[in-house]
Design a protein around this ligand. Structure first.
Ligand SMILES: NC(=O)c1ccc[n+]([C@@H]2O[C@H](COP(=O)([O-])OP(=O)(O)OC[C@H]3O[C@@H](n4cnc5c(N)ncnc54)[C@H](OP(=O)(O)O)[C@@H]3O)[C@@H](O)[C@H]2O)c1
Length: 284
Protein backbone atom coordinates (compact mmCIF):
# COMPACT_ATOMS: atom_id res chain seq x y z
CA UNK A 1 0.00 0.00 0.00
CA UNK A 2 1.43 3.32 -1.11
CA UNK A 3 0.54 6.41 0.94
CA UNK A 4 1.33 10.06 0.24
CA UNK A 5 1.27 12.15 3.43
CA UNK A 6 1.16 15.96 3.48
CA UNK A 7 2.11 18.33 6.30
CA UNK A 8 4.65 15.79 7.55
CA UNK A 9 6.15 18.02 10.23
CA UNK A 10 2.82 18.63 11.96
CA UNK A 11 1.74 17.20 15.29
CA UNK A 12 -0.72 14.60 14.02
CA UNK A 13 1.49 13.71 11.05
CA UNK A 14 4.27 12.55 13.38
CA UNK A 15 1.97 9.99 14.98
CA UNK A 16 0.45 8.95 11.65
CA UNK A 17 3.97 8.27 10.38
CA UNK A 18 4.80 6.24 13.52
CA UNK A 19 1.64 4.21 13.13
CA UNK A 20 1.85 3.49 9.38
CA UNK A 21 5.54 3.34 8.53
CA UNK A 22 6.05 -0.40 9.14
CA UNK A 23 3.19 -1.70 7.03
CA UNK A 24 3.11 0.65 4.07
CA UNK A 25 5.23 2.56 1.61
CA UNK A 26 4.98 6.06 3.06
CA UNK A 27 5.97 9.10 1.05
CA UNK A 28 6.08 12.03 3.47
CA UNK A 29 6.06 15.63 2.28
CA UNK A 30 6.33 18.77 4.37
CA UNK A 31 5.20 22.22 3.24
CA UNK A 32 8.53 22.88 1.47
CA UNK A 33 8.28 19.67 -0.54
CA UNK A 34 4.59 19.93 -1.35
CA UNK A 35 2.55 23.08 -0.83
CA UNK A 36 -1.03 21.83 -0.94
CA UNK A 37 -2.27 25.24 -2.10
CA UNK A 38 -0.31 24.84 -5.34
CA UNK A 39 -2.72 22.88 -7.55
CA UNK A 40 -0.24 22.24 -10.32
CA UNK A 41 2.36 20.86 -7.88
CA UNK A 42 -0.24 18.68 -6.15
CA UNK A 43 -1.56 17.19 -9.42
CA UNK A 44 2.00 16.54 -10.61
CA UNK A 45 3.13 14.90 -7.35
CA UNK A 46 0.10 12.62 -7.11
CA UNK A 47 0.41 11.64 -10.77
CA UNK A 48 4.07 10.81 -10.28
CA UNK A 49 3.60 8.80 -7.06
CA UNK A 50 0.25 7.17 -7.84
CA UNK A 51 -0.57 6.50 -4.18
CA UNK A 52 -3.42 4.29 -3.00
CA UNK A 53 -4.08 6.80 -0.23
CA UNK A 54 -3.37 10.48 0.35
CA UNK A 55 -3.42 11.46 4.03
CA UNK A 56 -3.75 15.20 4.45
CA UNK A 57 -2.25 16.30 7.75
CA UNK A 58 -1.58 19.83 6.46
CA UNK A 59 -3.70 22.68 7.74
CA UNK A 60 -3.62 26.23 9.02
CA UNK A 61 -4.29 25.50 12.70
CA UNK A 62 -3.52 28.79 14.50
CA UNK A 63 -7.17 29.51 15.27
CA UNK A 64 -6.62 32.93 16.87
CA UNK A 65 -4.18 34.18 14.21
CA UNK A 66 -6.74 33.06 11.62
CA UNK A 67 -9.06 35.81 12.89
CA UNK A 68 -6.61 38.54 11.75
CA UNK A 69 -7.89 39.90 8.42
CA UNK A 70 -4.44 39.86 6.82
CA UNK A 71 -4.36 36.08 7.31
CA UNK A 72 -7.83 35.25 5.89
CA UNK A 73 -6.61 34.51 2.39
CA UNK A 74 -3.85 32.17 3.50
CA UNK A 75 -6.12 30.35 5.98
CA UNK A 76 -8.70 29.77 3.24
CA UNK A 77 -6.10 28.65 0.76
CA UNK A 78 -4.62 26.04 3.11
CA UNK A 79 -7.84 24.78 4.73
CA UNK A 80 -10.17 24.92 1.72
CA UNK A 81 -8.21 25.14 -1.56
CA UNK A 82 -5.62 22.62 -0.31
CA UNK A 83 -8.15 19.82 0.31
CA UNK A 84 -9.83 20.70 -2.99
CA UNK A 85 -6.54 20.28 -4.87
CA UNK A 86 -5.88 16.97 -3.12
CA UNK A 87 -9.37 15.70 -3.92
CA UNK A 88 -9.00 16.52 -7.63
CA UNK A 89 -5.60 14.83 -7.67
CA UNK A 90 -7.02 11.79 -5.84
CA UNK A 91 -9.87 11.54 -8.33
CA UNK A 92 -7.47 11.73 -11.30
CA UNK A 93 -5.35 8.86 -10.00
CA UNK A 94 -8.14 6.85 -8.32
CA UNK A 95 -6.63 7.35 -4.86
CA UNK A 96 -8.51 7.56 -1.55
CA UNK A 97 -8.22 10.83 0.37
CA UNK A 98 -8.01 10.83 4.17
CA UNK A 99 -8.63 14.32 5.52
CA UNK A 100 -8.79 15.68 9.06
CA UNK A 101 -11.45 18.16 10.09
CA UNK A 102 -12.65 19.62 13.34
CA UNK A 103 -15.35 20.13 15.96
CA UNK A 104 -15.12 23.86 15.01
CA UNK A 105 -17.49 23.18 12.07
CA UNK A 106 -20.23 23.34 14.77
CA UNK A 107 -21.24 26.43 16.72
CA UNK A 108 -21.20 24.49 19.99
CA UNK A 109 -24.63 25.68 21.07
CA UNK A 110 -26.11 22.16 21.24
CA UNK A 111 -27.60 21.26 24.62
CA UNK A 112 -24.82 19.81 26.79
CA UNK A 113 -26.84 16.66 27.42
CA UNK A 114 -26.25 15.81 23.73
CA UNK A 115 -23.27 15.27 21.45
CA UNK A 116 -22.92 16.16 17.77
CA UNK A 117 -23.60 13.50 15.12
CA UNK A 118 -21.95 13.66 11.70
CA UNK A 119 -25.14 14.80 9.96
CA UNK A 120 -26.01 17.54 12.49
CA UNK A 121 -26.31 21.08 11.24
CA UNK A 122 -22.93 22.76 10.83
CA UNK A 123 -22.49 26.43 11.68
CA UNK A 124 -18.87 27.45 12.25
CA UNK A 125 -18.31 30.63 14.25
CA UNK A 126 -14.59 31.20 13.57
CA UNK A 127 -12.52 31.79 10.44
CA UNK A 128 -10.69 28.52 11.08
CA UNK A 129 -13.99 26.62 11.43
CA UNK A 130 -15.48 28.23 8.32
CA UNK A 131 -12.46 27.39 6.17
CA UNK A 132 -12.25 23.83 7.50
CA UNK A 133 -15.93 23.36 6.64
CA UNK A 134 -15.32 24.71 3.14
CA UNK A 135 -12.49 22.18 2.83
CA UNK A 136 -14.91 19.36 3.72
CA UNK A 137 -17.46 20.61 1.20
CA UNK A 138 -14.93 20.91 -1.62
CA UNK A 139 -13.74 17.35 -1.01
CA UNK A 140 -17.31 16.05 -1.19
CA UNK A 141 -17.93 17.99 -4.41
CA UNK A 142 -14.90 16.51 -6.13
CA UNK A 143 -14.53 12.99 -4.79
CA UNK A 144 -16.51 9.96 -3.60
CA UNK A 145 -13.66 7.97 -2.12
CA UNK A 146 -12.79 9.98 0.96
CA UNK A 147 -12.61 9.76 4.72
CA UNK A 148 -13.12 12.97 6.66
CA UNK A 149 -12.27 12.47 10.32
CA UNK A 150 -13.47 15.32 12.52
CA UNK A 151 -11.36 15.44 15.64
CA UNK A 152 -10.98 17.84 18.58
CA UNK A 153 -8.67 18.93 21.41
CA UNK A 154 -5.67 17.18 19.87
CA UNK A 155 -2.32 16.80 21.62
CA UNK A 156 0.86 14.99 20.59
CA UNK A 157 4.38 15.80 19.41
CA UNK A 158 4.13 19.57 19.12
CA UNK A 159 2.98 22.59 21.07
CA UNK A 160 -0.25 21.59 22.74
CA UNK A 161 -2.41 22.13 25.81
CA UNK A 162 -0.79 19.38 27.92
CA UNK A 163 2.73 20.72 27.37
CA UNK A 164 1.51 24.26 28.09
CA UNK A 165 -0.08 23.26 31.39
CA UNK A 166 3.02 21.29 32.44
CA UNK A 167 5.22 24.27 31.61
CA UNK A 168 2.95 26.68 33.53
CA UNK A 169 3.05 24.40 36.58
CA UNK A 170 6.83 24.88 36.80
CA UNK A 171 6.50 28.62 37.51
CA UNK A 172 3.06 29.03 39.04
CA UNK A 173 1.37 27.99 42.24
CA UNK A 174 -2.09 28.38 40.67
CA UNK A 175 -3.50 28.33 37.15
CA UNK A 176 -6.92 29.47 35.86
CA UNK A 177 -8.56 27.12 33.36
CA UNK A 178 -11.92 27.36 31.60
CA UNK A 179 -14.56 25.01 32.89
CA UNK A 180 -17.47 25.75 30.52
CA UNK A 181 -16.19 24.18 27.30
CA UNK A 182 -16.94 20.48 26.97
CA UNK A 183 -15.20 17.98 24.70
CA UNK A 184 -12.81 15.06 24.37
CA UNK A 185 -9.05 15.55 24.69
CA UNK A 186 -7.58 13.39 21.93
CA UNK A 187 -4.12 11.84 21.87
CA UNK A 188 -2.68 12.09 18.36
CA UNK A 189 -1.34 8.53 18.76
CA UNK A 190 -4.91 7.26 19.26
CA UNK A 191 -6.24 9.24 16.27
CA UNK A 192 -3.39 7.87 14.15
CA UNK A 193 -4.43 4.35 15.21
CA UNK A 194 -8.05 5.11 14.23
CA UNK A 195 -6.85 6.25 10.79
CA UNK A 196 -4.71 3.11 10.39
CA UNK A 197 -7.58 0.82 11.46
CA UNK A 198 -10.06 2.59 9.17
CA UNK A 199 -7.74 2.10 6.19
CA UNK A 200 -6.96 -1.53 7.02
CA UNK A 201 -10.58 -2.44 7.70
CA UNK A 202 -11.71 -0.53 4.60
CA UNK A 203 -14.63 1.02 6.46
CA UNK A 204 -17.28 2.71 4.25
CA UNK A 205 -16.22 6.09 2.83
CA UNK A 206 -17.64 9.22 4.41
CA UNK A 207 -17.41 11.61 7.33
CA UNK A 208 -16.70 10.31 10.84
CA UNK A 209 -16.31 11.85 14.26
CA UNK A 210 -12.98 10.65 15.66
CA UNK A 211 -11.83 11.67 19.13
CA UNK A 212 -10.95 9.75 22.27
CA UNK A 213 -13.93 8.45 24.24
CA UNK A 214 -15.50 10.30 27.18
CA UNK A 215 -16.12 13.98 27.74
CA UNK A 216 -14.60 16.51 30.09
CA UNK A 217 -13.73 20.22 30.40
CA UNK A 218 -10.32 21.92 30.07
CA UNK A 219 -10.39 22.47 33.85
CA UNK A 220 -11.01 18.78 34.64
CA UNK A 221 -8.48 17.77 31.99
CA UNK A 222 -5.83 19.96 33.65
CA UNK A 223 -6.63 18.47 37.07
CA UNK A 224 -6.11 14.98 35.61
CA UNK A 225 -2.80 15.98 33.98
CA UNK A 226 -1.52 17.34 37.31
CA UNK A 227 -2.83 14.35 39.26
CA UNK A 228 -1.05 11.89 36.95
CA UNK A 229 2.18 13.89 37.11
CA UNK A 230 1.91 14.42 40.87
CA UNK A 231 1.91 18.20 40.47
CA UNK A 232 0.59 20.29 43.35
CA UNK A 233 -0.22 23.51 41.39
CA UNK A 234 -3.78 24.63 42.22
CA UNK A 235 -6.25 24.65 39.33
CA UNK A 236 -8.99 27.31 39.44
CA UNK A 237 -12.09 26.94 37.26
CA UNK A 238 -12.95 30.08 35.23
CA UNK A 239 -15.54 30.89 32.56
CA UNK A 240 -14.81 31.56 28.87
CA UNK A 241 -15.90 35.14 29.50
CA UNK A 242 -13.02 35.54 31.94
CA UNK A 243 -10.65 34.20 29.31
CA UNK A 244 -11.52 36.06 26.08
CA UNK A 245 -9.58 34.99 22.99
CA UNK A 246 -9.85 36.23 19.37
CA UNK A 247 -11.54 33.06 18.04
CA UNK A 248 -14.78 31.95 19.69
CA UNK A 249 -14.54 28.35 20.93
CA UNK A 250 -17.59 26.04 20.85
CA UNK A 251 -19.11 25.50 24.31
CA UNK A 252 -20.22 22.03 23.31
CA UNK A 253 -17.50 20.21 21.35
CA UNK A 254 -18.85 16.76 22.20
CA UNK A 255 -18.66 14.55 19.11
CA UNK A 256 -20.74 11.37 18.92
CA UNK A 257 -18.59 8.45 17.71
CA UNK A 258 -21.34 5.86 17.19
CA UNK A 259 -20.80 5.79 13.42
CA UNK A 260 -17.09 5.05 13.77
CA UNK A 261 -17.69 2.38 16.42
CA UNK A 262 -20.41 0.76 14.31
CA UNK A 263 -17.84 0.53 11.51
CA UNK A 264 -15.78 -1.71 13.82
CA UNK A 265 -13.23 0.83 15.09
CA UNK A 266 -12.23 0.70 18.75
CA UNK A 267 -11.57 4.00 20.51
CA UNK A 268 -9.72 4.48 23.81
CA UNK A 269 -10.96 6.71 26.63
CA UNK A 270 -9.29 10.13 26.90
CA UNK A 271 -7.79 9.24 30.29
CA UNK A 272 -6.06 6.21 28.73
CA UNK A 273 -4.82 8.40 25.88
CA UNK A 274 -3.43 10.91 28.36
CA UNK A 275 -1.61 8.20 30.34
CA UNK A 276 0.00 6.82 27.16
CA UNK A 277 1.02 10.32 26.09
CA UNK A 278 2.57 11.26 29.46
CA UNK A 279 4.48 7.96 29.55
CA UNK A 280 5.88 8.72 26.12
CA UNK A 281 6.74 12.31 27.04
CA UNK A 282 8.44 11.20 30.26
CA UNK A 283 10.66 8.78 28.35
CA UNK A 284 12.16 11.62 26.29
N1 LIG B 1 -4.65 20.64 16.98
C1 LIG B 1 -5.93 20.48 17.31
O1 LIG B 1 -6.34 20.65 18.46
C2 LIG B 1 -6.92 20.06 16.24
C3 LIG B 1 -8.26 19.95 16.61
C4 LIG B 1 -9.18 19.56 15.62
C5 LIG B 1 -8.75 19.28 14.34
N2 LIG B 1 -7.43 19.43 14.02
C6 LIG B 1 -7.03 19.12 12.65
O2 LIG B 1 -6.09 18.07 12.70
C7 LIG B 1 -5.17 18.19 11.62
C8 LIG B 1 -3.76 18.10 12.14
O3 LIG B 1 -3.54 19.18 13.04
P1 LIG B 1 -2.15 19.40 13.77
O4 LIG B 1 -2.47 19.97 15.12
O5 LIG B 1 -1.29 18.20 13.64
O6 LIG B 1 -1.56 20.59 12.89
P2 LIG B 1 -0.12 21.28 12.92
O7 LIG B 1 0.74 20.66 13.98
O8 LIG B 1 -0.34 22.74 12.95
O9 LIG B 1 0.49 20.85 11.53
C9 LIG B 1 0.01 21.34 10.35
C10 LIG B 1 1.06 21.16 9.30
O10 LIG B 1 0.55 21.65 8.07
C11 LIG B 1 1.62 22.21 7.38
N3 LIG B 1 1.16 23.15 6.36
C12 LIG B 1 0.63 24.39 6.52
N4 LIG B 1 0.36 24.94 5.34
C13 LIG B 1 0.72 24.03 4.39
C14 LIG B 1 0.69 24.00 2.99
N5 LIG B 1 0.24 25.05 2.29
N6 LIG B 1 1.12 22.90 2.34
C15 LIG B 1 1.60 21.85 3.04
N7 LIG B 1 1.66 21.80 4.37
C16 LIG B 1 1.23 22.88 5.05
C17 LIG B 1 2.45 22.90 8.43
O11 LIG B 1 3.76 23.05 7.96
P3 LIG B 1 4.55 24.44 8.13
O12 LIG B 1 4.69 24.64 9.60
O13 LIG B 1 5.83 24.18 7.43
O14 LIG B 1 3.70 25.48 7.48
C18 LIG B 1 2.37 21.92 9.60
O15 LIG B 1 3.45 21.04 9.59
C19 LIG B 1 -5.52 19.50 10.92
O16 LIG B 1 -6.33 19.24 9.81
C20 LIG B 1 -6.31 20.27 11.96
O17 LIG B 1 -7.21 21.18 11.36
C21 LIG B 1 -6.52 19.80 14.94
Amino acid sequence: MKILLTGAKGMLAKDVIRSLKDNSELICTDSDELDITNQEAVLKKVKEIKPNYIINCAAYTAVDKAEEPENYELVRKVNAEGPKNLSIAAKNEDAILVHISTDYVFDGDLNLSQSYKEEDKVNPVSVYGKTKLEGEELIKENLDKYYIFRTAWLYGDGNNFVRTMLKLAKDKEEVNVVNDQHGSPTFAGDLAKIIKDAIEKKIPFGTYHATNEGFTTWYEFTKKIYELENIKTKVNPVTSEQFIRPAKRPTNSKLDKTKLKNAGIQISHWEEGLKKYLERENQK
